[in-house]
Design a protein around this ligand. Sequence first.
Ligand code: SAM
Length: 233
Amino acid sequence: MAENNSAEDQAWATATTKPDGNVKSTPSPGVIGELEPLEQYLDDHLRSAGLTFDEWMGTFGQGQYQERNQTILRFLKPHQPRRIFEFACAGGFLARLLLEHVPSIERYTCTNFSPRVVAFCEKQLLHFRQCDVGRINADVMSSSDIANLRLADYDTFLTTSFEHIEHDLKLIARLPPHRCFVFGVAGFDDPEHYRVFNSAAEVRERYEKVLTVGDIEELGQEIRKYVTITWTK
Ligand SMILES: C[S@@+](CC[C@H](N)C(=O)[O-])C[C@H]1O[C@@H](n2cnc3c(N)ncnc32)[C@H](O)[C@@H]1O
């Protein structure tokens, strides 16, 4: 089992997986999804855990996160992606891994809606000339950021944080057709998660209506994650 070392992990340890399906039965008030409350929640956590922001971000490059990123690398590399757009990134660790191991990449756009995550990624990815970093809100219902992007320029979309995006199906509807979309979702509850999945079959069931779903890999045991490679229709 991977080490249990991030803010998310600590919250996950006390959470219970919803037994009754893949969408939380409690409505959104229970989920911290807006930028300001999320930053406040994180500050409170950093204070109580005695961590700096950079130390906390560093955890997303270790343990089960690193393992998850390796799975994404394995899924993606054979498809020779050229232009990748990542939204709601967990730092630039995935970007760095892919840029270092996938020579077909010509452009990588790494995004998050938090100014301090964006600043962290800018520093981290400074030396990759194919990489740009942007402040983008992936919630298509509360922001026009996604609508204002030229998504057709990209052949591949990525996120390791799809459970953090409230309107996942609406975001998928904005992606151009016939593109590769690799994403991760969680199999455990957390104050920041809009959805919890109990099996790969549940992941397939939710997304196969709007995506062509390929492999799904289950990672972890208690702190379960599902990583899948899909294609937009
Ligand atoms: C803390 S990471 C968690 C990573 C993920 N669970 C994993 O396994 O890698 C989630 C990131 O999603 C970002 N995020 C949440 N909602 C977002 C949104 N609407 N648009 C862009 N980024 C968002 C947060 O700023 C945060 O940095």
